[in-house]
Design a protein around this ligand. Structure first.
Ligand SMILES: Cc1cc2nc3c(=O)[nH]c(=O)nc-3n(C[C@H](O)[C@H](O)[C@H](O)COP(=O)(O)OP(=O)(O)OC[C@H]3O[C@@H](n4cnc5c(N)ncnc54)[C@H](O)[C@@H]3O)c2cc1C
Length: 388
């Protein structure tokens, strides 16, 4: 109860602050309003008329101080986190899909079953935290008798899976300078009616918008690691139903018509990008590669559950919490708060607070103060040294 009250107070303060920022933006600049609409469309993965303005304000608040890209690419995040986990006697398993959450006769979770080749291995633990989303956890990993519990069914009914994203990756034998690209993300729209554009058409040639990013242009280490190479990622949203007929086929063994359909999307999106960056076509090296994110596991959804307006109703927020009716099983990640990396981080903090029974935000705040003081001491020592 204390965690929830604290969370609500923080949320209320954030809301007030964000509504203020939002109002400021609305009145100051039409360009800013357009940016907000763009944020609504992509960041929560829902169309603007179904997106929470408070969450948009939080996003704006977050991005107004700038965004970050990890030096060395996204793989640096797990690489460094793994070391911290191991330092505290934890362990990290990769390519180890969890097939079941183990639940005893009293309804308490006591471990997970992991697939290791053809075998199933049991890993036991006093607390189980699931980060693979509400749908995966409740529908795929829990035993049927637990799934059938009314609390779980109600919670599943409150949420719906989010939209899928289709990605096109391409590699180039050229530097960013040669291609005329930079680290800016680009949004391309075919018209100005953003709400109308969120009704998607299954004809790849009618894709209404796309997002282009050049990760290599953001990474200062790339010039050393892969000199003369560049990459581009294009993203657009698609409906899972268009691809559903191929869901049962193994990856890379799907029929040719699946490949043809995806290639039509890729060709159209790539050609569209070339209109803005004509040098891309002549320097493209790697065959275009496509991915429909988490195709089967989460219906291709970019952000697991859809973060629509209903998700932020107070009763939905209260019920869609980190606790589960299964004792010792907790839910973390983007489904319990909001989507995106920062949303997922908050999901993690809320989950840690619930599982530990203490507000880890306070610990984090004190740690930040301590680190700031340490940094100030170090800076003043360096300053004194220089003066001597
Ligand atoms: C193309 C793309 C671009 C994005 N860009 C941005 C961005 O620029 N900024 C931003 O803030 N957000 C971005 N996002 C969103 C962001 O990646 C997600 O919101 C965030 O990763 C959610 O974190 P999470 O930990 O909740 O879930 P995830 O990162 O999805 O982690 C869940 C993990 O569980 C694993 N898993 C699932 N089932 C099982 C199982 N049975 N056993 C074991 N493991 C399992 C999955 O493999 C996955 O690794 C982007 C998403 C996509 C798809």
């Amino acid at each position: 109860a204390v965690i929830k009250i604290f969370g609500l107070v923080v949320l209320l303060l954030e809301m007030l602050c964000c509504v203020f920022i939002l109002a400021q933006c609305h009145f100051k600049s039409p360009r800013c309003v357009f940016c907000l609409i763009v944020i609504s469309l992509y960041e929560p993965g829902v169309q603007p008329n179904n997106a929470s303005s408070v969450i948009n304000a939080l996003l704006l608040h977050h991005y107004k101080r700038g965004a970050y890209y990890p030096k060395g690419g996204a793989s640096e995040i797990p690489f460094h986190i793994t070391k911290v986990i191991q330092k505290y006697v934890g362990n990290v398993l990769v390519r180890a899909p969890v097939t079941r959450v183990l639940v005893n006769s009293k309804g308490a979770a006591y471990g997970v079953s992991i697939k290791k080749g053809q075998e199933e291995v049991e890993v036991r633990a006093p607390i189980i935290i699931s980060n693979c989303g509400v749908f995966n956890t409740f529908k795929r990993l829990l035993p049927p008798e637990i799934q059938a519990k009314p609390e779980i069914q109600k919670r599943l009914d409150m949420l719906k899976p989010g939209r899928g994203s289709l990605l096109v990756f391409s590699g180039f034998d050229a530097t960013a300078e040669e291609l005329g690209i930079n680290s800016t993300n680009l949004w391309l729209f075919k018209n100005n009616d953003i709400d109308a554009m969120s009704v998607l058409d299954e004809a790849p040639e009618k894709v209404p918008w796309m997002f282009i990013t050049f990760p290599s242009a953001k990474d200062p280490t790339l010039k050393i690691r892969l000199p003369g190479k560049t990459c581009m990622t294009i993203l657009t949203m698609v409906n899972y139903e268009w691809f559903e007929e191929w869901k049962d086929a193994t990856v890379k063994k799907r029929r040719d018509d699946y490949m043809d359909y995806k290639m039509r999307f890729a060709k159209h999106l790539f050609d569209w990008a070339c209109m803005y960056f004509p040098k891309l076509r002549e320097k493209v090296k790697k065959r275009l590669y496509f991915n429909l994110r988490n195709f089967v596991a989460s219906r291709g959804a970019t952000y697991a559950a859809e973060h629509n307006l209903e998700c932020f109703h107070i009763d939905v927020m209260a019920k869609n919490c980190c606790n589960t009716p299964d004792k010792h099983l907790f839910i973390s990640g983007q489904d319990v708060f909001s989507c995106g990396i920062v949303g997922a981080v908050h999901g993690g903090l809320l989950c840690a607070s619930t599982a530990l029974g203490q507000i880890v935000y306070v610990n984090l705040f004190l740690l930040k103060k301590k680190l700031k003081r340490r940094k100030a001491r170090e800076m003043s020592a360096v300053g004194k040294e220089k003066l001597q």
